[in-house]
Design a protein around this ligand. Sequence first.
Ligand code: PMP
Length: 386
Amino acid sequence: MSDRDLLMIPGPIELEPSVLAAMGEKQRGHLDGTFMKRFSRVLKRLRDVFHAPTGQPFVLAGSGTLAMELAAANLVQPGDAALVVNTGYFSDRMGFCLTRHGATVTHVRAAPGAAPSLDEVRKALAGGKYKVLTVTHVDTSTGVLAPVQEYAALAREAGVLSVVDGVCSVGAEALDMDGWGVDVALTGSQKALGAPPGLAVLMAGPRAMAAWKARTQPVRSLYLDFGEWLPIHEAYEAEKPSYFATPPVNLLSALDVSLGLILEEGMAARVARHVRMANAVRAAFKALGLSTLPVSEGLAAHTLSALYYPAGVDAALVKAVAAQGVTIAGGLHPELKTKYFRVGHMGAVSANDVLAVVSAVERALVASKVQVQPGVGVAAAEKALA
Ligand code: PMP
């Protein structure tokens, strides 16, 4: 792989040079004044990105999975029941996190590529005494964009906390925690937040914080306990020195730079750009005769596309595309793993990136002896972008 190859997987993603430069800055101490200012700004900026003016942000060293476990560890205790609205691999993982922290978990499942209907979720909610409902905003294994706003409304009606795994959505898909009544949303730094991997990011709304305070049993993990982190985050936000566990200084500086770029673009404009890029990618693959794993356009994410291999092609296509200088990803959903591939298009993604990945797939298909008219996909993408 050359340094000029293009990374188009659903995270980690290509980064803005200024974000990467922050990683290589002089190492500052975790109580350095400049760093405290940056951490404070990260926390404030996250409220804007999540549309959560009254939210409590937490940013910990760790990946998206740690953010999932952070939610589970603090919101449930043994004896609680949780409902997982399941759209794939990462919904299963949320179920494992909740189970590990003592909850009894029920899944309302959809076939791969689909999402449970509102009726199914309403019925499931009525069938138990749940404390939390979880939903994967974009399931990266299927490319399905779940109707989070509607699910969250159902949870609210039922008096159940809603937790959104936004690892593959926050910073790119529309999300209005406050307006939609979402109680927790979480992500990792390496996807649409546009920073390197290594930070678990979680926003807890007031009802989630109240539920944590009302626990009758201690959080079973020291590192994950809101009680350890809350005073630290409050202190950093006020630019005051405080210590529980050493924060990843340069990663937080990189996230600060990226959040600055995100808010400069504006969340509405950023969401609109992702829609435009996703539409161009999809138009191109449709023109090439490929079909998407999400069963309808309305369920297709704007951060990645999951596409079935055409007849006669298998996972070797991913390697053939890499030979054209673009890295894409294979399948992930256990039932369909070998039947589809995934293209990430989030963060700094531009029209040039979209055309490059479409062209690389076209060239790889031609090299794989698939009957496609070279240029058809690129033309369709250009038309969609025009
Ligand atoms: N949830 C979703 C929707 C994801 O896409 C991912 C990562 N692909 C995760 C959770 C887990 O994040 P991580 O790999 O950073 O632990």
